[in-house]
Design a binder for this molecule. Structure first.
Ligand code: GLN
Length: 313
């Protein structure tokens, strides 16, 4: 089935925004200096249906760096390129149970990245991008993410510079993986391309469109273009369900019941297969790095709009 009627969805999106605007829990990420400046009151909620209907409330056009939400979509692009089997073997699809930049997760698993949603797995996934040189590989990533959004995404140079300057941990993770012989290209190049992809600017509406593209089997509902195959969209959603919200992925599935991906700038994309995508933006985060208001909105709308995969009615 589809979502409820147009007016009902419109009303529920507005109600969700109104209801959770007062929530004051969580902390804005500060380990990337450029992100610490975010206004904690910014709040946008957007649902895009697979038929292209758009429902917005609040700051849905405020742009922020996509951060880790890019991981899910670059995973889809890489899967499309190298296939399900190779990704399963080189990246993995199990939850680490540890934070997104954990060194222990790599060590405890024999030098394996575990999944594409934690930093080291995302860096290794970005490293699978085809192309003769870094420019071409970065072009593949940027163009692919832009096709998911249905518009050309721009880089936030300020965020890129800020994050590049403090990138020692991601570099360490990538070098550690390289030491195990599991980094497809030069580790530091892969980190640089990954950091660029994290610095692309999106808004809550873009996230909803990107989510709706996965919900619609890989076809962007606004442009009508096929971005990835339906089977790849399906693979991507399964990994998002397992690890998209890091060590809180189990709680998320219990409360929301739909695959999702968060980023430390405060965005979350949630997908209801066959129905649509939900994009939220609110910078204050919980201890795993997931937007607090975003989580509340997703739980509310999952119930009200019927986004929960596990609900029988
Ligand atoms: N670019 C950030 C990092 O590598 C992304 C983290 C995130 O959004 N969880 O740390």
């Amino acid at each position: 089935g589809a979502l409820p009627g147009w007016h009902t969805v419109e009303h529920l999106v507005e109600t969700a925004h109104e209801t959770f605007a007062h929530v004051r829990d969580g902390e804005v990420a500060d380990y990337i200096p450029a992100l610490a400046e975010a206004d904690p009151d910014l709040f946008g909620v957007c649902v895009v249906e697979v038929d292209g209907s758009v429902h917005s409330a609040g700051d849905v056009e405020h742009r922020f760096s996509v951060q880790s939400i890019s991981k899910a979509f670059v995973f889809a692009l890489a899967c499309q390129e190298v296939g399900h089997e190779r990704v399963l073997e080189t990246i993995g699809v199990n939850n680490t149970g540890l934070s997104f930049s954990s060194v222990m997760a790599i060590e405890l698993n024999g030098g394996h990245p575990m999944n594409p949603m934690v930093n080291v797995g995302a860096i290794a996934t970005t490293a699978l991008a085809p192309g003769a040189d870094q420019d071409a590989r970065w072009g593949f990533v940027r163009d692919g993410l832009s096709r998911f959004a249905g518009r050309e995404l721009e880089l936030d140079e300020g965020v890129l510079a800020s994050e590049t300057e403090g990138n020692q941990r991601n570099q360490s993770l990538a070098l550690l993986l390289e030491s195990y012989g599991r980094m497809p290209v030069d580790a530091l190049e892969a980190v640089d391309t990954y950091t660029r992809q994290c610095s692309l600017l999106v808004d809550a509406r873009d996230l909803a469109v990107m989510g709706a593209t996965l919900a619609g089997g890989g076809v962007n509902p606004l442009t009508g273009a096929r971005v990835v195959d339906a089977q790849i969209a399906r693979d991507t959603l399964s990994v998002m369900a397992t690890a998209g919200m890091y060590e809180h992925s189990g709680e998320w599935l219990f409360e929301v019941g739909a695959p999702a991906k968060s980023g430390v700038s405060g965005g979350i994309v949630t997908i209801a297969p066959g129905k649509g995508g939900l994009g939220t933006f609110s910078p204050p985060l919980d201890s795993a790095g997931n937007s607090v208001r975003g989580r509340r909105v997703a739980a509310y709308l999952a119930d009200a709009l019927g986004l929960d995969l596990f609900a029988s009615a």
